[in-house]
Design a protein around this ligand. Structure first.
Ligand SMILES: C[C@@](O)(CCO)CC(=O)[O-]
Length: 314
């Protein structure tokens, strides 16, 4: 408890994350694989004597009090998190948010900022800051802001490393590392809730077929976990390609993403590649790297971050 009494500043970092496999199917009870990546969201929280709340980030600045915070859609996850804790905090605070990655690329910035802020405010409130408590509170915020969400990227961000994950019954296993992976940003994205709505519309009249697709995605993901455990990278690449075919069947592939995928697959150094995340834009993930695509699409080299949410008291 000494650290809770004496701190002047709480610093929290949380890694970004990517989905390696399991997109969409994880919402239907199948397993997913995600990893924390070495790009971090960093927060600095200093306490105030009064009830003022001042939040500064590259996206927006907000000033209010614990009792009345303004609306700011660009900080919806941050403000929802503050709202969750406002009644339990002894006084106001100033918060500086710095991100090592843009919120437009698919590195799970909403999950990372929510995880980091839940940890910071839990520390300030004297609550449990363990990974399970941070995960549960952050998932509540994500559900409140965006509706559905499996929490896969959040789990990776909180725990760090490469993880196998299932929603119910909740399972989370650490997996060993990966060889070189690389993301390529398509230049546009469709919000996950909108992609989910498109899939829901497309599945009308084909519900049983879609459930079979989710089951196949789940089997593919389980085999991918086995390939990771035995470090069989050609097999993992092949399974990524199979999963990409299933994403296409689901209707979340498009012409640009398909072209990126096929250009990457033309390189023998790329063992496999697929959309990472919900689809209809955002990023393609390659197992291996390819320089030729980098002149047309932003290349985002990433490595697995063994570290999840980290709290420091100063
Ligand atoms: C499409 C989805 O499976 C992945 C989005 O990154 C949604 C989710 O898991 O919450």
């Amino acid at each position: 408890m000494l650290q809770l009494d004496n701190w002047r500043e709480i610093r929290v970092s949380a890694p970004g994350s990517i989905m390696l496999m399991g997109e969409h199917a994880v919402l239907y009870g199948e397993r997913a694989i995600a990893c924390a990546v070495d790009r971090y969201m960093r927060l600095r929280l200093t306490r105030r004597e009064d009830r003022a709340v001042i939040i500064r980030s590259a996206l927006a600045e907000v000033q209010g009090t614990l009792d009345a915070l303004p609306q700011e859609p660009r900080l919806s996850f941050v403000l929802a998190t503050v709202g969750l804790y406002a009644g339990r905090l002894p006084a106001g605070f100033e918060l500086d948010i710095e991100s090592e990655f843009s919120h437009t690329v698919g590195l799970g910035s909403s999950a990372a900022v929510t995880a980091a802020l839940v940890a910071a405010l839990s520390a300030y409130a004297g609550d449990d800051t363990g990974p399970q408590a941070v995960f549960d509170a952050a998932l509540d915020v994500i559900h409140a802001v965006q509706g559905r969400g499996s929490g896969t990227d959040l789990a990776a961000s909180v725990q760090g490393g490469l993880i196998g994950y299932r929603v119910t019954p909740r399972q989370l296993e650490r997996l060993p590392g990966l060889p070189e992976i690389c993301l390529y940003y398509s230049g546009y994205k469709t919000r996950t809730p909108d992609v989910l709505e498109r899939v829901a519309q497309a599945s009308k009249g084909y519900e049983a077929l879609y459930l079979d697709l989710y089951r196949l995605m789940g089997r593919t993901c389980e085999q991918a976990e086995a390939a990771i455990l035995r470090q069989d990278w050609p097999a993992l690449g092949r399974l990524m390609n199979i999963y990409q075919g299933l994403m296409d069947a689901l209707g979340v592939n498009d012409a640009t993403l398909a072209q990126m995928v096929y250009r990457l697959r033309a390189n023998p150094q790329v063992l496999g590649c697929k959309i990472s995340g919900s689809g209809l834009g955002d990023c393609v993930l390659a197992l291996g790297a390819d320089d030729s695509l980098a002149c047309d699409y932003q290349r985002i080299p990433v490595a697995v971050s063994p570290e999840g949410v980290r709290i420091e008291y100063h």
